[in-house]
Design a protein around this ligand. Structure first.
Ligand SMILES: O=C(O)C(=O)[C@H]1CC[C@@H](C(=O)O)C1
Ligand SMILES: [Zn+2]
Length: 323
């Protein structure tokens, strides 16, 4: 019995294949990881000793800790970079930070009624959290995850994000610039992943926009006039359940949703810097091309002293000359 069913998934008009699911000791796991290919890994026991991290336990041990909570008028929690909001910009994000102490967050989740704003806790785990949480943190299967970090020659572990979502919460499609091992502690999450080569079908916002790295396409109501290639996007789908670990390769786009009617979910991710020493070899990999495009946007904005002129100059370079 899977513990979930198709009726709990939001419906999108996207072509999707499955992501391979392998046992942690299957040698194919390392070959997928080292080739930047997603894989769902079972049996690693990465977070098995913290399965007790439910709202009651965390309230008891994080009670008065102030945590980073996002609040949204709908079910979407689209990340934005505060530092990229300029004074003359009219930017109205769907979700916004609303820091609160853990016990308040837990209470609002429990008392939530349809129509209320939704909440999503996304709290970086550091030693300012309670001693008990720190004690639990050291019980992760560090030997296993460090062995993966080494076999893939990833850089340092930069952070762990503790994620507590209400059922049905959605993190819209975006990519990150770090390697990610994503572990589920409670509940089920559906991931739709797209390789970096799908960049032109997913239309991420310009680099200097606060929504940098986030797709402009509303999956539940795509604007096929503005984003015609979205029709051709080919994704990969996987359901991540308790104790599963999903490898999300850097620069792979991902849409994440906590299954509807599945209760709240508790997850934790492990973000690693990319290769410690990544020598660029040819032919370039698809994610290298995203890095190059990002550098072109950054360099042009720097040279023009005005990010709003970047699009005009790129059109001048391309239209009628490279098209
Ligand atoms: O781990 C990542 O890369 C993310 O995007 C996290 C931020 C929101 C989380 C979610 O599960 O909804 C996933
Ligand atoms: Zn992400």
């Amino acid at each position: 019995m899977a513990g979930w069913n198709e009726s709990q998934l939001r419906k999108y008009n996207i072509k999707m294949e499955k992501i391979p699911t392998l046992q942690y000791d299957d040698p194919k796991v390392d070959s997928l990881l080292t080739n930047n290919k997603p894989v769902l890994i079972k049996g690693s026991k990465l977070v098995s000793r913290v399965l007790k991290w439910d709202l009651d336990y965390l309230t008891e041990h994080m009670n008065s800790t102030c945590c980073n909570v996002l609040i949204s008028k709908n079910h979407k929690f689209k990340y934005y970079d505060q530092k990229k909001i300029t004074p003359n910009m009219t930017f109205k994000p769907i979700s916004r930070p609303s820091p609160m102490i853990f016990s308040e967050f837990a209470k609002q989740i429990k008392d939530w009624k349809k129509g209320d704003s939704r909440l999503y806790m996304q709290q970086v785990l550091n030693n300012s959290i309670s001693q008990r949480i720190v004690n639990d943190f050291v019980k992760f299967n560090w030997d296993w995850i460090i062995s993966k970090q080494n076999v893939c020659k990833w850089g340092s572990l930069t952070s762990n994000l503790l994620l507590i979502a209400q059922e049905g919460n959605v993190t819209p499609c975006h990519y990150d610039e770090q390697q990610n091992m994503f572990a589920s502690i409670r509940g089920y999450k559906r991931f739709i992943l797209f390789p970096p080569s799908e960049f032109e079908c997913l239309y991420p916002h310009p680099v200097h926009h606060p929504y940098d790295r986030q797709s402009q396409v509303e999956f539940d109501n795509p604007d096929y006039i503005k984003f015609p290639k979205f029709k051709e996007a080919r994704g990969y789908e996987v359901i991540v359940g308790p104790e599963d670990v999903l490898y999300i390769p850097m620069y792979w786009f991902h849409h994440v949703e906590s299954l509807m009617h599945g209760g709240y979910t508790v997850s934790i991710n492990f973000w690693f810097k990319a290769e410690s020493v990544e020598k660029i070899e040819y032919p370039l990999l698809d994610h290298h091309k995203i890095v190059i495009m990002r550098n072109v946007e950054k360099m042009l904005a720097e040279a023009l002293h005005d990010p709003s002129e970047v699009g005009t100059m790129l059109k001048t370079i391309v239209l009628g000359r490279y098209t």
